[in-house]
Design a protein around this ligand. Structure first.
Ligand SMILES: *Cc1c(COP(=O)(O)O)cnc(C)c1O
Length: 367
């Protein structure tokens, strides 16, 4: 398909701008880890990683091992942290030089056993501390067990100590966040005192980088910021959404009062109207929750709201008062209409909308 009508355009120049902006927020000696999980937040993980590697990013993070394998197969040589390594994927980690984030006694022991069997030495690992998110991570009570393994196993070497903030974008949760940072600092000090070397330390995601400069330690983990969202209007004006979802109008219908639009006839015109059909639907990542007048698309600078139900492959929008014709370009989100605005119409967030653009939508890379 040379000219697909529905496209997710990925702008690498904007990625460079976001990277530069975020890089300027950290001290020169602090390393930056780019989080490229979930297909680079729904964009194109390989294109994004290659671009950031050329900009000399220090580290990558993915959620699951197969995501790291995809990057290695594409030629990425920068270290890759796997945030949620699963014992069933340990073989893949070793085969593709991927570094596990170990978070419990069970996975730590299983991984050490695996490395021993493979006869590897000083395999890079990362140790995750649960400072309050209560998702994955070691607790304070487990510190002795962690230390026992780390001090006795020559097979592994701790590259970093990390934790994850629960509410780095919530200003009302500042006290809790500072407590998390203090707990992580104390945990790290105890580990470092015993293992006799100093691994990297990191606990900030994008909002953590922007709101807690005192918590950058020796590395930061940046996801959504690189893709153009700062979770706060103050930062959003300096960041550019790199992904833009657009399409075209397939057909326009003139509706007379009483005409219904779409499945189950949930929308019925009560006046003469015009509807436009757009070739993308819930199978492309625009969920049914955007239907019934909640979500909209941008046509010539105007919001055209979705009429009735979102179909699998199409949506119909209200263009009664909008100057447009069949073939007119339509934007769902991008630089001029950030994804968090459309997501917000259904109580969702940028993260969910951008990572949900399905594989069916052609990605077009613009440099
Ligand atoms: C996804 C993730 C990040 C990135 O968070 P952003 O808010 O997108 O910057 C960082 N750390 C961990 C552990 C994550 O799971």
């Amino acid at each position: 398909m040379k000219h697909p009508e529905t496209v997710l355009e990925i702008n690498l120049t904007d990625l460079t701008s976001n990277y530069t902006y975020l890089k300027n927020k950290i001290r020169p000696e602090v390393k930056m880890m780019a989080v490229v999980k979930a297909f680079g937040y729904g964009s194109d993980a390989v294109a994004v990683a290659k671009h950031l590697e050329a900009l000399q990013i220090d580290y990558f993070a993915v959620a699951y091992a197969p995501e790291g394998v995809q990057l290695r197969r594409a030629g990425i040589t920068t270290p890759i942290l796997v945030l949620h390594p699963q014992p069933g994927n340990f073989e893949l980690l070793l085969d593709y030089d991927l570094e596990p984030n170990l978070y419990s006694q069970r996975v730590l022991e299983l991984f050490i056993t695996k490395v021993k069997t493979a006869a590897k030495q000083a395999y890079p690992i990362h140790i995750k501390y649960n400072s309050g998110l209560n998702r994955i991570g070691f607790s304070d009570a487990e510190i002795p067990v962690v230390l026992e393994h780390l001090c006795n196993a020559q097979e592994v070497k701790v590259v970093s100590l990390l934790s994850h903030l629960a509410a780095s974008e919530e200003h009302e949760e500042r006290a809790f966040t500072l407590e998390q940072i203090a707990r992580f600092t104390k945990f790290s000090e105890q580990i470092i005192a015993k293992i006799g070397y100093t691994p990297l330390m990191h606990c900030t995601n994008t909002s953590g980088i922007l709101n807690y400069p005192e918590a950058h330690f020796s590395m930061v983990r940046c996801g959504i910021g690189l893709y153009g969202f700062g979770n706060d209007a103050v930062y959003d004006k300096n960041l550019f959404p790199i992904a833009s979802l657009r399409s075209v109008i397939s057909q326009i219908h003139e509706l007379t009062p009483g005409d219904s639009v779409g499945y189950n006839r949930t929308f019925v015109a009560d006046k003469p109207m015009r509807s436009a059909t757009i070739p993308l639907g819930h199978a492309d990542g625009i969920g049914r929750q955007y239907g019934q007048g909640k979500g909209f698309v941008m046509i010539n600078g105007n919001r055209a709201y979705i009429l009735g139900n979102v179909c699998m492959d199409m949506i119909m929008v209200d263009v009664t008062d909008i100057d447009c014709e069949e073939g007119t370009r339509v934007v769902l989100f991008g630089k001029d209409m950030p994804a968090d605005v459309l997501a917000g119409t259904t109580g969702s967030i940028s993260y969910e909308l951008i990572t949900g653009v399905s594989a069916r939508v052609i990605r077009q890379i613009v440099d």
